[in-house]
Design a protein around this ligand. Sequence first.
Ligand SMILES: C[S@@+](CC[C@H](N)C(=O)[O-])C[C@H]1O[C@@H](n2cnc3c(N)ncnc32)[C@H](O)[C@@H]1O
Length: 276
Amino acid sequence: MTPPHLQASQPALRFGRLIGVSLGPGDPDLITRRGWAALQSGARWAYPVKRAEESSYALGIARRGGLEIPADVAELVFPMTRDATALAKAWTRAASRTVEWLASGRDVAFLVEGDASTYSTFRHLARAVRELAPAVTVETIPGVSSFAAAAARADVALAEEDETLAIIPAAYGVPVIDHLLDEFDTLVLMKVKPLLDEVLDLLERRGLIATSCFIEKVGSPEERVVRDVASLRGEKVNYLSLLLVQNPKRVRGELRRGCRKRSEASYIPAAAEAAT
Ligand SMILES: C[S@@+](CC[C@H](N)C(=O)[O-])C[C@H]1O[C@@H](n2cnc3c(N)ncnc32)[C@H](O)[C@@H]1O
């Protein structure tokens, strides 16, 4: 229930903006200029944690960038649980605290690791805040996602020309991943930690070990790029890790529209991509 003093119908109330500030996946040099400006704008900083007083990877990126951490920076707890009641309680608490801060008229900068629109708590928070206070303006500052940075570090393309790309949580399981390998030239398997061994078995069966790459905590001082992914079998990897899987054996369908229908002689892929 929204406290009366926070209700949007109160004419005198001018909420601050809720800003989702993408910080990129670890290297502070990948914070955008807009993100940097938002952090230095005097907005109140908030960051997500799974447990109270836990350290924050996102805050660590800002710290490594040399930004001064404001004294009133605050954590918001989003527990990793399937208990619906506990979750609902935590969400309501986080949203209410945020609305209270916004009601002072000051912006809130919510620090997000990677990109704020990609598997991020920010979208949930924005929804919950709007439910309590529909008048709040939400701004999302986009950023470099973990998989964009990972592909760059691994020196591979996510997609070229008319290739297909899928980004999925590995939790869909091996049968789904197996199927998607027939449909996509590149798969990004996010949140791969709990299923790593099963996925490695699948890649082995499909002969895709050599065209896969594992990247952990990309851009951070603990970054790890593992090309011999079979060597990871049995290892307990960090949650902040992903697998890039390329399937050069995929049989592609014919495109109805686009590059491949043009005369092969006149089509120069590099020139076409440079135009986009
Ligand atoms: C909740 S999602 C956050 C995604 C993030 N917002 C992004 O834009 O990439 C967490 C998953 O993203 C991937 N991830 C996030 N940061 C990473 C990093 N620095 N290095 C490797 N993978 C990362 C991992 O697969 C992790 O399990």
